[in-house]
Design a protein around this ligand. Sequence first.
Ligand code: AMP
Ligand code: MG
Length: 269
Amino acid sequence: MNFEKELRVRPGKRVKLSRYDAADTFGYEKGPESKKLVEKAVARLDELQDVFYAENKRAVLIVLQGMDASGKDGTIRHVMSGVNPQGCNVTPFKVPSHTEAQHDYLWRAHLAVPERGQIEIFNRSYYEDVLVVRVHKLVPEEIWKKRFEQINNFEAMLADNNVKILKFFLHISKDEQKRRFAQRLNDPAHQWKLSPADFAERKYWDDYVEAYEAVLTKCNTDIAPWHIVPANHKWFRNLAVSRIIARTVEGFHSKYPKPSFDFSHYKLK
Ligand code: AMP
Ligand code: MG
């Protein structure tokens, strides 16, 4: 079944997250078969990246967003596990540094936009400037309200300059977040990931849902579509994201460039 298309939000659609089941697996089941499918997609992406890199014609920008513990880090670890590190990069978006805060909110994002031949992952992104910034009223409403259009224009400009943008919202339920926080509390290998802020942010769950619904509705275009990925099940999340990226790069039909000079005069001794 082609679930990739179903995950893509239709431009113009008004998104209500309560209508999306975070535990959906589109008929797939956990097990060796689905594991194989992820491995296949990851291996395929590695092959495709090689020629995409060599062709050096366009770039891919992957935007990953989601509530705390929605699995952004895990997605990056699994989905990019097969690809050549020389052709990809990850940029995390944290609370803006002093220098970043001295600039407009898109400045740090633009600096990290990939060059041709590269796959770039934004772990969070400029969307934080209409999410956390809105929820915590870090700037007045009249400022953040204008940003939806500014972001659409920014993305359109990048698309016109050969940057393919893919956006993923990792959708977990509030219960699943609780389960993951509890797990992190008990596991020394994961405790470092928890911060007091996580507990504080959980109280704003409904405000974040509202802010995300605005993003998924207003900043969803043909050239930079959002995908709502059911992410309660990590294996399905990995399958969905890896397949969508692989299919997208496949769609470029990249070709190895022709040699720039005539090798017939060269003799290997
Ligand atoms: P993490 O992704 O867990 O490392 O956390 C990064 C934190 O930085 C999150 O709590 C984000 O909400 C926060 N953050 C990212 N961008 C911004 C921004 N533009 N303004 C304020 N906080 C931000
Ligand atoms: Mg966090």
